[in-house]
Design a protein around this ligand. Structure first.
Ligand SMILES: Nc1ccn([C@@H]2O[C@H](COP(=O)(O)OP(=O)(O)OP(=O)(O)O)[C@@H](O)[C@H]2O)c(=O)n1
Ligand SMILES: C[C@](O)(CO)[C@H](O)COP(=O)(O)O
Length: 232
């Protein structure tokens, strides 16, 4: 029913350290393995294309995970470039109408219930969908000196998460258009929005965090070690 794309070509500059964060050990496995297993555990996901950095020496070389095929390609300078490279590298058997699930390698705590709901609701939407979490904090806009300029209304604000689910052809066209026009898009939904499309937000768990700094890795360790069923 669908293939996954896992962008994993980042260098983790905000995290720091010699080893890119997607290869650090979390609850006994590399961060990326948790993210791959989280998407491949769904019966509707047939395989995964992983976008790697050029000459990625840390990639373990898996050719399958959980009995499903793991293919790799070389990513690009920005996350969107890596996703676009992976879209082009997908097997030709995956036609333009087929759904593709894009999930950050740096989001190891994806819960199976969130994925099931995203796929269930997203596949019924004409455009596609993404997991997102409603903003629950008061949001401030600041000046260059970190002085409050005001408070932003948060009623309609959500934090975009991953996975994000779009059809291969439409997503390829949207990301290609953004690239051609020099527009930096930070997620797949933004590329679709640019074309006037309205992806559906599917509420996801707050603990589907992205590993960006060392504090996030400690939090992810807590999240996974406190899940009743670690593969949940
Ligand atoms: N050129 C890039 C940049 C990022 N990513 C991937 O996109 C996901 C989210 O990106 P981010 O958290 O920003 O990772 P990094 O770019 O590695 O982090 P930083 O911005 O701190 O360098 C990660 O799985 C990362 O590996 C990618 O595939 N290709
Ligand atoms: C795709 C994403 O995880 C959605 O929140 C986010 O945009 C990635 O941003 P990053 O700066 O590339 O980590």
């Amino acid at each position: 029913m669908t293939w996954a794309i896992v962008p994993a070509a980042g260098r983790g500059s905000r995290f720091g350290g010699a080893v890119p964060k997607q290869y650090l050990v979390l609850a006994g496995r590399p961060v990326i393995e948790h993210s791959l297993r989280a998407v491949l555990d769904h019966p509707g996901v047939d395989g995964v294309m992983v976008a790697l950095a050029q000459d990625d020496a840390a990639w373990p070389g898996w050719r399958e995970v959980g009995g499903k095929p793991v293919l790799t390609c070389v990513g690009g300078g920005e996350r969107a470039d890596s996703v676009l490279a992976a879209l082009h590298a997908l097997p030709a058997s995956i036609d333009d109408d087929q759904w593709v699930l894009v999930h950050d390698a740096a989001r190891p705590c994806l819960h199976r219930d969130d994925l099931a709901r995203l796929i269930g609701e997203g596949c019924r939407d004409a455009v596609g969908a993404l997991l997102a979490a409603p903003v629950r904090d008061t949001l401030k806009r600041a000046d260059a000196d970190a002085k409050c300029l005001g408070t932003e209304p948060r009623e309609a604000l959500w934090r975009a998460l991953t996975p994000q689910l779009f059809r291969r052809g439409g997503l390829t066209r949207a990301l290609s258009s953004a690239h051609r026009n020099g527009v930096r898009v930070t997620d797949e939904a933004m590329a679709m929005e640019r074309l006037g499309l309205k992806p559906r937000l599917v509420e996801g768990r707050d603990d589907n965090l992205k590993i960006t700094t060392p504090a996030d890795l400690a939090l992810a360790e807590f999240v996974l070690s406190n899940r009743k069923d670690p593969s949940a």
